[in-house]
Write a protein of this length. Structure first.
Length: 326
């Protein structure tokens, strides 16, 4: 049987529509903004599918609010709190009070030192239509069908913790992967969590971009962890003259030794772009290089971060092990 022109035309139309669909789904880029919030973290993500996410809100509401306002953002598809320390959650209160939030992601860590201050879960519950989720380590967040968003660490069972490193180690660690390029967002996780993640995740830590853990603390970013991540760009979020002496020289030295170029939020918000797949994968960082790590050799004598380097952490690591066993 010979093919009629109309059947051929039909086939052509089908092929053409597949091409158009493919082209449009590959069109968009992934943008990440590391907002200058002083001593704290706040990261705004724009996904290729047009949705967004805010990871942490910094220590006060105004910087993150102004950033979102300037971008014209009125609705957040997701807000994620890495862990209940005030330099991460306090700014989110204004976010909940001023913007529409669709989904709220949290750990089950309770900071007993933050009574009356950390009411994010209540704010999320009061937000019309907002769902609260507690993602498990090893799970994937379906935020964009073209971007893999994997949860690498969390405390998904309730733990009562103080304003300390155990709290840091409950940090939701997530890795985004798009167009062959990884972005690893460490929260304030420390060396013991890095060790555990290396054991549990045989692959999938390698990331071109690393949001350095815990504002460049010496108790994170171990040499062996950086050897696995192989970051080309390291972004450190911290505030000028902070009492912790962040970032610490030891961490900066290890990042440099690993071959990473270091950017910080000190001079302003840093941003990066992962282009659509057909546009290649050259590094696109829009911001200023941190040019003076050598000036940070002095650690203040009142540094609150002086303590032994811990090899294990009860709550966080037990939960991570439980995830491994699944
Ligand atoms: Zn912090």
């Amino acid at each position: 049987m010979t093919k009629t022109p109309s059947r051929l035309l039909g086939k052509f139309c089908l092929a053409a529509s597949v091409l158009v669909l493919t082209a449009s789904s590959l069109r968009a880029q992934l943008n990440a903004y590391f907002i200058n919030v002083g001593q704290g973290d706040a990261i705004y993500l724009e996904f290729p599918n047009g949705t967004n996410a805010l990871i942490d809100g910094g220590p006060s509401g105004e910087p993150v609010y102004q950033f979102l306002k300037n971008k014209g953002v009125t609705k957040l598809d997701r807000v994620l709190l890495t862990h209940p320390h005030s330099d991460h959650y306090r700014g989110l209160k204004k976010v909940f009070n001023s913007l529409e939030v669709d989904k709220y992601y949290d750990t089950r860590a309770e900071n007993v030192d933050a009574v009356g201050d950390n009411n994010l879960r209540e704010l999320a519950a009061a937000e019309p239509g907002c769902r609260t989720l507690y993602p498990e380590p090893g799970s994937e967040l379906k935020w964009d069908s073209n971007v893999t968003v994997k949860v690498l660490n969390s405390c998904t069972e309730k733990v009562l913790i103080h304003d300390n490193n155990e709290n840091n180690n409950c940090s939701l660690v997530i890795r985004l992967y798009y167009n062959g390029t990884g972005i690893l967002l460490m929260g304030d996780a420390e060396g013991s969590v890095e060790d555990a993640m290396m054991r549990i995740y045989r692959t999938g830590l390698n990331s071109t971009y690393l949001k350095v853990a815990h504002h460049g603390s010496r108790y994170s970013s171990t040499a062996k962890f950086l050897a696995r991540v192989q970051p080309k760009i390291a972004i450190i979020s911290y505030g000028k003259d902070n009492v912790y002496g962040h970032p610490h020289k030891e961490a900066l030295d290890r990042l440099h030794a690993a071959g990473a170029t270091i950017y910080t939020t000190l001079g302003g918000t840093q941003s990066l772009t992962i282009p659509a797949p057909r546009k290649g994968v050259e590094l696109m960082v829009n911001g200023e290089l941190d040019v003076a790590p050598v000036s940070l050799t002095e650690t203040p004598s009142f540094n609150m971060e002086q303590r032994p380097f811990e090899s294990a952490d009860a709550y966080a690591l037990q939960q991570l092990k439980a995830a491994e066993a699944k």
